[in-house]
Design a protein around this ligand. Structure first.
Ligand code: SAM
Length: 347
């Protein structure tokens, strides 16, 4: 009988599927700790290493180290060649801090915030309340981090968001008709990566990244590095209170999922008011399709509920309703990447 089969060869039920689900957190936590220890960067920089060498480099106690490394091999994050461990190709590409493709910032956020909050899921289920400390709403904090004290940490999280926004920007640049557009703005655009990708693909466009003032230094650094400062600019502001940029296309990407329904309606109303006749609003998120098997989207949604006061994923139909209530017409929804939806609505 295969180890994890749900039934024996005689058709009797086994508890293996339950054990598999119960132990899934162990693999997640092993990955989070490997990122915290910077294991993948060390292996990328120094090359393959034995367990005693890795213990020395990372400061590990001998008791758990061997099984920890072997578990990462079983998870296909490391490869073992005799006594030496090396990164698997996917870990090397996405978890080495020295590479621009690194998404380790998301693993850090998962470890510090989401994982402890999931540990209090039962309480959240009883109370409906977030279980992560709410970040201070001040000019220093970005992504739950004091950006002045830990700018590298913010950079790492922004880089992990860019791993989505680069591919989404490529898709939006190719799928939407930009020929008659001149200026667009990404609302909550972080360090301007999506703005840059679209502007780069369409040299006639000017793009504005609208975000809170504390994102500006990260924008200046990123857009300067990309050499797009002449056509991609930053506008500091609060999208609930300040005037939105003048543009014929506005974008909310991974923004609505941070807020409750009333705030989402307000953001859509404000976008409608800011757009000219014929303007378009583009929204992307991991929108739910109502299927209970949509496990990764449901987990993202519960993560936002556990981490924020009002956030969650939402369905395409809900999004359409809010857009119609705001006054938008011609609302088009399409799948985006493997787990996102993009909605385009016209004024
Ligand atoms: C989850 S990130 C999404 C970033 C980017 N759109 C993407 O898809 O990668 C949400 C962004 O909204 C910004 N934000 C949050 N509250 C804001 C506000 N009141 N006004 C403007 N931007 C805000 C945050 O600073 C952050 O950059």
């Amino acid at each position: 009988m295969p180890e994890s089969s749900a039934t024996t060869e005689h058709g009797a039920l086994t508890p293996e599927p339950i054990h598999r689900v119960l132990l899934a957190y162990c693999g997640s936590k092993a990955l989070m700790s490997a990122v915290e220890l910077d294991l993948f960067s060390v292996l990328a920089q120094d090359g393959p290493a034995t367990e005693p060498e890795l213990r020395r480099k990372l400061g590990l106690h001998p008791r758990l180290a061997r099984h920890f490394l072997d578990a990462l091999v079983a998870l296909d994050l490391l490869r073992a060649d005799g006594e030496r461990y090396a990164n698997s190709p996917v870990a090397d590409h996405f978890l080495d801090r020295a590479k621009p493709t690194c998404i380790g910032g998301f693993a850090e956020m998962t470890s510090d915030t989401f994982y402890p909050a999931w540990g209090r899921l039962t309480k959240a289920l009883r109370t409906g309340q977030a279980q992560a400390p709410q970040p201070p709403d001040d000019e220093d904090h970005l992504f739950r981090v004091n950006a002045k004290e830990q700018p590298d940490r913010v950079r790492r999280f922004m880089a992990s968001m860019d791993s989505h926004s680069t591919r989404i920007g490529d898709e939006l640049a190719a799928r939407l008709d930009w020929s008659a557009r001149t200026r667009f703005a990404d609302l909550g655009g972080a360090r301007g990566n999506l703005t840059a990708v679209i502007a780069k693909a369409h040299p006639h466009l000017r793009g504005v990244c609208f975000d809170r003032p504390q994102s500006r230094p990260f924008f200046d650094e990123h857009i300067g590095r990309l050499g797009l400062s002449d056509r991609v600019t930053f506008q500091a502001g609060d999208f609930f209170a300040d005037p939105l940029p003048a543009a014929d296309v506005l974008i909310y990407g991974h923004v609505l999922h941070d807020w409750g329904p009333d705030s989402r309606r307000m953001l859509l109303d404000r976008a409608y008011q800011a757009l000219p006749e014929g303007g378009a609003l583009v929204i992307y998120d991991r929108m739910l399709d109502g299927s209970p098997k949509d496990l990764s989207k449901l987990m993202y949604s519960m993560t936002f509920m556990l981490a924020s006061a009002g956030g969650s994923e939402y369905s395409v139909d809900e999004c359409r309703d809010w857009l119609r209530q705001a006054g938008f017409a011609r609302i088009d929804a399409q799948p985006l990447l493997h787990d996102h939806t993009v909605v385009v609505a016209h004024k």
